[in-house]
Design a protein around this ligand. Sequence first.
Ligand SMILES: O=P(O)(O)OC[C@H]1O[C@H](O[C@H]2O[C@H](CO)[C@@H](O)[C@H](O)[C@H]2O)[C@H](O)[C@@H](O)[C@@H]1O
Length: 380
Amino acid sequence: MQVLSKPYLNTMTNQKLVIPDAKSGIPMAFPVAMPDSALFPLSGNRLPLKKLLKKLSPNANGARINALLDSMRASSPTRQPSDAEDHASWNVMRLTRTCVQLHHPSALTMFEEIEAAATGKQIVVFLDYDGTLSPIIEDPDRAFITSEMREAVRDVAKLFPSAIVSGRCRAKVYDFVQLTELYYAGSHGMDIKGPSKGHKSQKRGNQTVLCQPARAFLPIIDEVYKALIEQVKHIPGAIVENNRFCLSVHYRCVEEKKWVELADQVKLVIKDYSQLRVTHGRKVFEIRPTIKWDKGNAVEFLLESLGFDESSDVFPIYVGDDRTDEDAFRVLRERGQGLGILVSNGPKETNASYTLQEPIEVMHFLRRLVEWKKVSLFRH
Ligand SMILES: O=P(O)(O)OC[C@H]1O[C@H](O[C@H]2O[C@H](CO)[C@@H](O)[C@H](O)[C@H]2O)[C@H](O)[C@@H](O)[C@@H]1O
């Protein structure tokens, strides 16, 4: 399922956005006082980066370079407009999001619907970290969560088996969250560890889980980490982050005119490593082992570890903001269990069923989940 599919975009003409109503299918028109060029933030970022990098030769032509730049820009659109044209784009994004919400409504507005679907089932909560529990900021080392958010996550973890599933190194995400009650799946799910403290809903499964399917890649990852640091050190603002079983090359603080050069340097380093692949996150290139293991596999592994593999009475909720979270949303959709919640301020293609706009809304959602569970425990 897509939040915003191409046909919807293509219907944006004559300064009107026309989309079919979610239930009736009847086309509805929304006035838009913008030029079509303002559509960039909606239509960008379609090509996976790997394909783009493959296409980008040293003699790449202007069109290819523009495609790469479009993808890099759209990977994490800025939240505030910087000039008149950006204002136009921003307004279109806001308007389109309103339309999109007819299809993928807010998890807060539709909380009672979620309650009804989860009633009588064991909720298991999966939370992405960056952009979900902490807002996106320039310095990855300072992406702390607030004490209120930590409190909300702790309350959730007391009532439901809960996990943080992050692209970051497990130890680092634990340093940020500092809650012993949770499962932590770092390195995009390639490094999973159970909680040091259990609670009664975990009796059913195995608390001492440890899963590291990419251990064999550690020497290569270390080698490539060193090579990348060397290769990009002349590009101001570029940061290489070692996430243990994977690496991140950040370009959020790199001047846009240097982006293509940075992408080229990354390509240059990894071209000799067929065991590695590059994916594209929010202003970040992620270098990962080619094994078929992603956040979706981590969710399946954790559900199995918790004893819910064959269960029909489990209701997993996965909240995430990034493309890598789509693998987890898809797993839930395929299992026909639980739901995915996309954290996004603008329209995106997604396998999630609901949306929340930003981490503060995630916190409100978690608090509602806790209140609802406490009330239902009191009633029984
Ligand atoms: O799976 P996640 O927990 O969402 O991790 C994905 C990447 O998150 C971090 O980078 C992102 O957040 C930074 C801090 O807000 C921001 O500066 C950066 O631009 C974002 O891409 C993390 O640093 C990466 O290693 C993760 O891969």
